[in-house]
Design a protein around this ligand. Structure first.
Ligand SMILES: [Zn+2]
Ligand SMILES: [Zn+2]
Length: 356
């Protein structure tokens, strides 16, 4: 069925590229699955539409041929996640600016992967989970990840040949890298070309296989990878590390997706770029004002309480919240005035005399 991508993005057919981009950003923010207003189906629709008309070249195609030009499996279906349940369309460095550019790129790889090309193999993507403390999610952290994955064989540099030995023409395809395959159908016999399986389309094979990888060019290895988690990430965000996935011989490694789990911190709560914490103060402090020792995510903090502060008052500390753009959001203390429950005889007498 034909889809109206302009309609999906809420722009007119004559909208400028900038207008389309702005509309996409706004909607993507609104419908991002991690947001309270999120809607995954809608989010995907928006992305599909943006992929088509957000790029001037593809937009021309769309204007000419309609959405049919964008249907079907992109580039042999090996573009993204191998269909193994990577459900989140997330940003890397979402708060750090530039996140959307990467998002565009991410979706870009799903589309228009060049149909019919002699596809170089691509390694599988890997998804791992990483736990973060609340503070790490605010300020960013270098995280060590332990992976067991296929990597290029170090001994033969991924070539599959024992070092010092030569490559030779593949016997199976005579060095051409392709084989003619006869396909019999009811309409007759067709000849199609297929990449030679023996040499993986390379035309050459090692005269002596590498002893470390048995000629595969890849070995399964335990790897420790240090990934920089940018500041301001949120629970459920996924980072993409290009080329961090499984290696494959004669092709590009897959990508590594790191799904972030931010642990709760009983002291702090986050809403967008604002951090909230509740602060209990005494009766007298509230009435007379005080300087209270408390903490923000950066560490210890001295908070000024004005005389006559009521319970529920919010005191905003500017620039001590979540890093966003070039600055930081705010930290908001929600004041709770604690009414004393146990009083000594003198205290009781004094309060009665005050009769407040
Ligand atoms: Zn061959
Ligand atoms: Zn090797």
């Amino acid at each position: 069925m034909a889809k109206d991508f302009y309609n999906t993005l809420g722009v007119s057919k004559s909208a400028s590229q900038d207008e389309i981009k702005a509309a996409f950003r706004k909607l993507a923010h609104q419908y991002h699955p991690d947001k309270p207003t999120g809607n995954e189906a809608k989010f995907k629709e928006i992305n599909e539409a943006y992929q088509a008309v957000g790029d001037p070249e593809k937009r021309k195609k769309y204007d000419q041929f309609g959405s049919a030009a964008f249907d079907g499996s992109p580039g042999g279906g090996q573009g993204f996640g191998g269909g193994q349940g990577f459900g989140g369309f997330d940003f890397s460095g979402f708060q750090g600016g530039g996140g959307f550019e990467d998002l565009g790129e991410m979706f870009g790889s799903m589309f228009g992967g060049g149909g019919g090309r002699h596809a170089a193999p691509r390694g599988s993507d890997i998804q791992v989970d990483a736990d973060l403390t609340f503070k790490d999610s605010i300020f960013g952290v270098d995280k060590e990840l332990h992976l067991s994955k296929f990597d290029a064989c170090e001994k033969c540099e991924g070539k599959g040949a024992e070092p010092g030995t030569k490559m030779k023409d593949c016997d199976d395809c005579g060095g051409k890298g392709v084989k003619i395959v006869n396909q019999r159908t009811i309409l007759g016999t067709f000849q199609t070309k297929a990449a030679c399986g023996t040499c993986r389309g390379e035309g050459k094979v090692p005269s002596t296989n590498c002893k470390a990888c048995h000629g595969d060019g890849i070995v399964r290895a335990k790897k420790t990878l240090t990934v920089h988690i940018p500041s301001g990430v949120e629970n459920g965000n996924t980072l993409r590390v290009r080329g961090g996935g499984e290696a494959v011989r004669g092709g590009q490694s897959g990508d590594l997706f790191v799904r972030l789990h931010v642990k709760n911190d009983t002291r702090f709560e986050r809403e967008g770029s604002t951090i909230y914490s509740s602060l209990n103060i005494g009766f007298t402090q509230a009435a007379l004002g005080a300087t209270v020792e408390t903490e923000i995510t950066d560490g210890a903090w001295k908070l000024e309480i004005e005389p006559g502060t009521q319970s529920g008052t919010e005191i905003r500390v500017r620039g001590k919240g979540v890093p966003a753009g070039n600055g930081r959001g705010d930290h908001v203390f929600v004041i709770q005035v604690v009414t004393p429950t146990k009083l000594s005889r003198e205290q009781r007498k004094t309060l009665e005399d005050l009769n407040l």
